[in-house]
Design a protein around this ligand. Sequence first.
Ligand code: SF4
Ligand code: SF4
Ligand code: SF4
Length: 166
Amino acid sequence: MKREALSRRDFLSGGKRSEAACIRPPGIVEDALAACTGCDQCVEHCPASIISLADGLPALDFTLGECTFCGACAEHCPEPVFTTGHIHRFDHIVSFAATCLSFQRVDCQACRDVCPTAAIRFRPVRGGPFVPDLIASACTGCGACISVCPVGAVAAVPLNAEAIHA
Ligand code: SF4
Ligand code: SF4
Ligand code: SF4
C-alpha cells in the first residue's frame, strides 16, 4: 500500500522541504539510500504508518504519528539500506514555534502529555499559562509531540541546532 508523500513537508525547517531535509526511518544514513529500490516494504510494515515514499525513497511524516523505534522497517528491508543497526534516537530534536497555544495565552500541554521520555516541561510565565521547554538531552526525536500539537507548532530541528523557545 502506497501512501502519499509527506503531507506537511515543511516541518523540519519551517519552509519548503528540500530533499536534504527529509527525515528517514531510524537506521538509515543518506549514503545507503542508493541501495533502496523503492520496494515499499518499510512502508508496509511500519505499525505507526508514518513512512511514505518521497521521490521513491522512504521518509517519515511525524504529523501522522510517532516513531517507536520498533525496528520493523529495518527488519523488513531486503536491501542494505538500514546500516546503523537498531537505534533509539534520531539526530534531531524538536523546537516550539511562537504559534504554540501556550505562547498565545491558551492553556495546552498536549505535547508534554504524550512525550515518552518526559523531555518536555512547562515553565511559568508571568501573567500567562505555562509554556513548553525542551530538555534536549532527553528528546529522542520520536515525533510524538509533533503529531498531537493542534496548531502544528512543533518542528524537528537538527540535534546540534539550538532549540527555539519563543
Ligand atoms: S522504527 Fe518502527 S515506528 Fe519507527 S519508522 Fe520504523 S517501522 Fe515505523
Ligand atoms: S501541543 Fe502544541 S500548542 Fe500545545 S503546548 Fe505543545 S507546542 Fe504548544
Ligand atoms: S520528539 Fe522529543 S520532546 Fe517530542 S515527544 Fe519525542 S522525545 Fe518527547
